[in-house]
Design a protein around this ligand. Structure first.
Ligand SMILES: [Zn+2]
Length: 141
């Protein structure tokens, strides 16, 4: 395990305090915010990362932690996503606006019905062709 001149040891999961107790900031962040990227909603826990908002890896206060996917984490590090945005996205209640989600649901459903009907018709046509083919074969000696 790598060690700093200060004598603290670091593991993949977080720093150890002087008592040698592991401070698992991943667990703190996951317990507080859930295993979901605060910015885009990606949710495979093994892939998710936990960022320290102030850049201080020893500040494991939940307010300083945010769960991010590797993409959003990198984009935050490059300031393509601002810290304010990350904090806002982390803390805002997520309410689905179903009118936005469903705006083309009717069109999609109609298209699906149309495709299903076409598929059913194709099956019937295929069966009919096969039957007439079988009859022709039966007719020839
Ligand atoms: Zn993300």
């Amino acid at each position: 395990m790598p060690s700093t001149p200060g004598g603290r040891t670091y593991s993949f999961f977080g720093a150890k305090d002087q008592m040698g107790k592991r401070i698992n900031y991943r667990k703190i962040a996951f317990d507080t915010y859930g295993p979901v990227c605060a910015h885009c909603g990606f949710g495979i826990p093994a892939v998710l990362e936990v960022a320290h908002i102030d850049g201080n890896r020893e500040n494991n206060d939940p307010n300083n932690l945010v769960v991010l996917c590797p993409n959003c984490h990198k984009m935050h590090d490059l300031d393509l996503i601002s810290t304010n945005t990350i904090i806002q996205m982390r803390d805002r209640p997520k309410i689905v606006d179903w009118s936005k989600r469903m705006k083309d649901a009717g069109v999609k459903a109609a298209l699906k019905r149309k495709r299903r009907a076409a598929a059913r018709k194709a099956v019937v046509t295929r069966r009919r062709k096969q039957q007439s083919l079988n009859q022709e074969e039966g007719d020839t000696p």
